[in-house]
Design a protein around this ligand. Structure first.
Ligand code: COA
Length: 375
């Protein structure tokens, strides 16, 4: 039996309209620092409590490349008394927030090629953090779109979307599905600790969707999936302990280790070589010269990491054309980052161009998806 070739038929993006600049974020953080230091003035004076240090917009841009980010709930995120997204709890018969933005990205993907939801067989909600354990977010998205078949959630942190693409491609190769939506709604501000000076600036919110299909049903303009590879290596350097067994009391919810924590320097040092050699090895195994890759849509966590990875892969410092950045305006959007970069920066490539979508993050986890433009 000849294998069915999976392709990327379409992508979709939902960008929340509200944005927070570094300057706005730092003003809020510094107001929180001032409040904290005032409230703990006596303990600080006695040496029992360390005073908090202010943040700086210059540091953020220099250390990460981030200038601004889109968010789901600007006012509460900037309020020094809340510092996180807040909205009224929705009743069970109303679509949940995470599903709502996933549906918007998915609809954009389907409509871009005039695909009827009835022709889609499966929905994967691939993201860093689900809004609830069950019913699966993916099933709510499936129902809202009017898709039959099956759906499930998967969480591989920042690599969720590439792991989802490989899973979808495998379903297609095996004949278990012909059209699969991989949806990545990422409300990262909900699991970031906006009171942590080292990482309060990192994340933004967004939703993306990738439609993976059997080549014979795809539109003429598609991307052949030439090869996918996944890798995981356990590390505590990026961790989030939130969970129903770890949040026994309301008091412990929101404590620092129940939100995103990282050893940013260690992550930088360990993940760059791991990902660069994974890309080069995978390219070589596929018979692709890494230096010939037309474009790298890399995970968007830190511009310095991307510069180093692209340099090791291409053999020279990559320019924006070779390795586009969306981090400056979106921040780190976890698994959605490389998909945003692909969605916004693929139209100019020519038929036959080979390029790479690559993600990496907590786990550690990394995924490579080599694709070739068909037309
Ligand atoms: N404002 C001002 N100064 C700050 C600051 C802030 N918000 N946060 C930290 N600093 C200071 C530190 O106190 C330190 O000062 P010191 O040198 O006097 O001790 C200095 O800046 C350097 O801090 P450090 O945390 O070591 O910065 P960094 O250059 O390593 O950059 C990250 C931090 C997080 C941006 C960077 O390590 C990174 O992006 N790593 C990879 C993260 C990643 O990919 N994570 C994946 C998430 S999915």
């Amino acid at each position: 039996m000849s294998e069915i070739t999976p392709v990327i038929s379409a992508t979709g993006l939902y960008t929340p309209p509200e944005t927070i600049s570094n300057e706005e974020l730092v003003a809020s953080f510094n107001a929180y620092v001032e409040l904290f230091n005032q409230r703990h003035a006596a303990e600080i004076a006695s040496g029992a409590v360390e005073p908090l240090q202010p943040s700086s917009a210059e540091f953020i841009e220099k250390a990460s490349g981030i200038k601004s980010r889109h968010v789901m709930s600007k006012a509460s995120t900037l309020d020094p008394e809340t510092m996180g997204p807040r909205w009224p709890e929705r009743p069970d018969d109303e679509i949940s927030v995470m599903a709502e933005i996933g549906v918007k990205a998915a609809r954009a993907a389907l409509e871009s090629i005039g695909r009827d939801p009835e022709d889609v067989d499966a929905v994967l909600c691939a993201a860093s953090n689900m809004q609830r354990p069950y019913p699966a977010m993916a099933i709510e998205i499936q129902q809202a779109l009017g898709i039959e078949g099956f759906a499930f959630d998967m969480n591989v942190a920042c690599s969720s979307a590439t792991f989802g693409i490989q899973t979808a491609a495998d379903f297609i190769r095996s004949g278990n599905a012909r059209s699969v939506l991989v949806v990545s709604p990422e409300i990262c501000t909900g699991h970031n600790n906006m009171k942590n000076r080292d990482s309060h600036f990192i994340f933004g919110d967004v939703a993306t969707a990738v439609l993976v299909e059997a080549r014979d049903m795809a539109p003429a303009r598609h991307w052949e999936i030439v090869g996918t590879r996944l890798k995981t290596v356990f590390s505590n350097n990026i961790r989030n302990n939130f969970g129903f067994l770890n949040c026994a009391t309301p008091e412990t919810i929101g404590t620092p280790d129940k939100l995103f924590v990282q050893e940013g320097r260690k992550v930088f040092k360990e993940v760059v070589p791991m990902v660069a050699s994974m890309i080069v090895d995978h390219a070589n195994d596929l018979g692709i010269d890494p230096a010939s890759l037309r474009r790298l849509w890399l995970h968007q966590a830190n511009s310095g990491m991307n510069r180093l990875i692209a340099q090791r892969v291409l053999g020279h410092e990559a320019n924006e054309d070779e390795s586009p950045t969306v981090l400056d305006t979106y921040g780190n959007t976890s698994s959605a980052g490389s998909i945003i970069a692909f969605h916004l920066h693929n139209a100019d490539l020519a038929a036959g161009d080979t390029a790479l979508i690559c993600s990496f993050g907590a786990g550690y986890s990394a995924g490579t998806v080599f694709i070739r433009k068909a037309a």
